[in-house]
Design a protein around this ligand. Structure first.
Ligand SMILES: Cc1cc2nc3c(=O)[nH]c(=O)nc-3n(C[C@H](O)[C@H](O)[C@H](O)COP(=O)(O)OP(=O)(O)OC[C@H]3O[C@@H](n4cnc5c(N)ncnc54)[C@H](O)[C@@H]3O)c2cc1C
Length: 390
């Protein structure tokens, strides 16, 4: 620490909250400031496409306001960082304020991708923020037909929630199956089956070529010439790291903020965590993870490193989940789309599959099989032979 500016965390989501929390737990007693462009206190995003959208949950705050007061964590909400000067060690905010830092943590998450060729019509939405979820929920109350563009996790969850609200839903996905780029075709087909059983019209292998309507969206055109009626269109085609504000700062960005194994960026006293950060893994590859559990794992590493201590040496088995209808899809390990997939259980709705690479189990994916997924953790961590599990 060179001044008493303390630690400034840019971003108001899970990564920011976990970092601040972990810093106080590590008994750092200097100033901590969280800077967010959102007006809300840091909140949890997974419920946005699930319970919040279905109207079953309103309070998604990660911590109540009192937590930040008790822990003496300053919140600068509603005015994001627009520039970073790594020489002067300052950030500039949208309201013109300039904040100095001793250490800076970048935790600015992702921005949903849109389709630039589509006209700007009302009723065409993306989902990343609480405000977007609440607006979609309100809109869904008067919607008859929705088209979800993209069958990734968020698209699939939104489709499931909209079905529960009684909306007729079509999913349009250019790949051969939902989630195919992440989990491969075999599991993607099981996910498509789940949605079809719930009445979703799942159209794969075809993209969207346009949307039309007068002011509000009315029709969606597909590349195969089909036209669908729609009064709500949800674009779920993925997100990009929120790094525009770092332009000219000298912080290296390449599919996210490039970090070493402890979250240290290319600039002095600047760190990055969460969905925006591409951390080096143990084998030297840069990996950017967009899942909830990863944030807490990274916070446990970045905080001791930032405070000059030794980060713990833990073997992390990556994990994420996705809730679609009554089926919790869970993934442990690092499965890839082109691994050999062994579906070992399938009752027509729920399933369990092991992923094999070079004879070794690298991941497990279950749909509605929580106990069995977790049982595979030690085998995956140990790099066990697939034969041990079959
Ligand atoms: C709808 C939805 C559902 C999800 N469901 C699951 C799930 O079921 N399972 C799972 O494992 N993961 C899920 N995730 C992913 C998980 O929520 C993320 O991994 C997690 O939120 C990442 O936290 P983060 O703090 O890195 O980013 P974010 O939560 O995106 O937070 C970034 C924050 O930074 C703010 N910000 C951006 N730019 C600036 C700036 N220049 N200045 C100041 N502030 C800025 C943003 O407004 C935002 O508040 C879901 C994500 C979404 C969006």
């Amino acid at each position: 620490m060179t001044t008493n500016a303390g630690i400034v965390i840019v971003g108001g989501g899970l990564a920011a909250a976990r970092t601040a929390e972990q810093l106080r737990r590590a008994e750092f007693d200097g100033p901590i400031t969280i800077v967010s462009d959102e007006e809300h206190l840091p909140y949890d995003r997974p419920p946005l496409s699930k319970d919040v959208l279905r109207g079953e949950l309103d309070d998604v705050l990660l911590k109540p306001a009192e937590f930040y007061e008790e822990k003496n964590i300053t919140l600068r909400l509603g005015s994001g960082a627009t520039a970073l000067d790594t020489e002067a060690q300052t950030i500039t905010l949208a309201d013109g304020d300039v904040l100095p830092y001793d250490e800076l943590v970048i935790a600015t998450g992702l921005v949903p991708k849109r389709i630039p060729s589509l006209p700007d019509l009302e009723g065409v939405r993306v989902l990343r923020t609480l405000d977007e979820s609440l607006a979609m929920r309100e809109h869904a109350g008067s919607v008859q037909r929705a088209v979800v563009i993209g069958a990734g996790f968020i698209g699939c969850e939104v489709a499931a929630s909209l079905r529960k609200l009684g909306v007729a839903v079509t999913i349009v996905e250019p790949q051969p199956a939902p989630l195919a780029s992440v989990l491969g075709r075999r599991i993607g087909d099981l996910v498509a089956r789940l949605h079809r059983a719930e009445g979703v019209d799942v159209r794969v292998g075809v993209g969207v070529s346009g949307v039309s309507g007068s002011g509000h969206v009315e029709k969606v055109q597909l590349a195969d010439g089909t036209e669908l009626d729609a009064d709500l269109v949800v674009i779920g085609i993925g997100s990009r790291p929120n790094t525009d504000w770092l332009a000219g700062s000298g912080v290296e960005v390449d599919n996210g903020v490039v970090c070493d194994v402890h979250g240290r960026t290319s600039a002095k006293n600047v760190w990055a965590i969460g969905d925006v950060a591409s951390w080096q893994d143990a084998s030297g590859h840069q990996v950017r993870v967009e899942h909830w559990s990863n944030v807490a794992e990274q916070a446990r590493v970045i905080v001791p490193a930032l405070l000059g201590g030794d980060p713990p040496d833990v073997v992390v088995v990556p994990y994420f989940w996705s809730d679609q209808y009554d089926v919790k899809i869970q993934c442990l390990g690092e499965p890839e789309a082109d691994d050999v997939v062994h579906v070992v259980e399938d009752d027509g709705r729920k399933f369990l599959a092991y992923y094999e690479r070079d004879g070794v189990v690298v991941g497990v994916v279950g749909g509605g099989m929580p106990g069995k997924v977790m049982k595979a953790r030690s085998k995956i961590a140990a790099g066990a032979a697939i034969a041990d599990l079959l």
